[in-house]
Design a protein around this ligand. Structure first.
Ligand code: 13P
Ligand code: SF4
Length: 303
């Protein structure tokens, strides 16, 4: 069945001038059919540059929103509208106003893993691959980092000259990984390098040989002479890692390094939304325009 669906998707893609963008956390067969696979920053850049008429965003809803914010005239389709990121909602909007009043000179820095309603209230967006660089470059001393408390704390450590105010959002997948699991994995694989995403807790980051985004982790493996790696992020990255480096060994920390929302995306759903042009991302123009400013500022500052 899947091979037929695959062929039909490829045919429809041509007919409709569509591009398929996928995050590294979606299922292997979806990564395989995508035109581009990448981390959150790469996907927002690709969405902005794309000349396609239709963008099928294989990922969670904030990724579709970001693509629509940057491409108001294109159809942005989400294979599954229920694929959502829990962390993207973990900000109390009233707190943003409170912090702005409390600190006159403050930049509200919003991780891209957030809804458009949150983004529109921010001064700049960041992803895990550019957060340190962008926070460093901002003229403000005070930084209110939302929604991810773990990434915010990591950024604060890297940019000690700033006063970073943290929010208590977190990624349920990364936040659940424990120091005990890391110690057990290191005992079992003493030669392996430990690579971790900054959405994890501090105890894990303190044990890491490398801390970075999904694409940062993939690049580290590519550049490394080492042959064994313990992977401290969602298991979707293993598809790319194993494809590119069949000779290297990869270990996970447990069986549950899975973002189930990302796995909602299937070939059948991609096909269905392409046929019907269903699940179009829509938002009010005022919201879109306001949310576009921090996203475009990110793209500018990350250059
Ligand atoms: P990156 O792809 O930017 O590393 O982010 C990971 C993530 O959790 C995306 O939802
Ligand atoms: Fe959100 Fe975590 Fe899933 Fe990424 S892995 S989409 S941060 S819940």
């Amino acid at each position: 069945m899947s091979s037929t669906v695959r062929e039909r998707i490829l045919q429809l893609k041509k007919e409709k001038n569509a591009v398929i963008l996928a995050h590294y956390y979606v299922a292997d067969e979806v990564q395989e059919i995508a035109d581009y696979v990448g981390d959150s920053f790469f996907l927002s850049k690709k969405a902005k540059e794309s000349e396609a008429s239709v963008i099928v965003l294989c990922g969670v809803s904030f990724m579709g929103e970001s693509a629509k914010i940057l491409n108001p005239d294109k159809l942005v389709l989400l294979p599954d509208m229920n694929a959502d990121c829990a962390m993207a909602h973990m900000v109390d909007l009233e707190n943003i106003e409170k912090v702005r009043k409390q600190y006159g000179d403050v930049a509200v820095v919003c991780y891209i893993n957030s809804t458009a309603e949150i983004k529109r209230r921010a001064d700049v967006c960041v992803t895990s691959s550019n957060a340190v660089k962008i926070v460093k470059a901002l003229p403000n001393k005070n930084i209110y980092f939302i929604p991810d408390g773990n990434l915010g704390r990591y950024v604060a450590e890297q940019v000690p000259e700033k006063n970073v105010i943290l929010n208590n959002g977190f990624c349920p997948v990364h936040h659940a990984l424990t120091l005990e699991e890391v110690r057990a994995a290191k005992m079992a694989h003493p030669a392996a390098k430990f690579l971790v995403h900054p959405e994890c807790v501090k105890e894990l980051l303190d044990e890491a040989d490398y801390i970075g985004s999904t694409s940062g982790i993939i690049k580290y493996v590519e550049d490394s002479q080492e042959t064994e790696f313990i992977i401290g992020t969602e298991i979707g990255v293993l598809y790319e890692l194993k494809n590119k480096h069949p000779e290297k060994k990869f270990y996970t920390l447990n069986e549950n390094q899975i973002c189930h929302d990302m796995k909602y995306i299937t070939l059948e759903k991609i096909y269905e939304v392409l046929v019907q042009e269903a699940n179009q991302v829509q938002m009010e123009e005022v919201c879109r325009k306001e949310a576009m400013k921090p996203l475009e500022r990110m793209l500018e500052l990350a250059k």
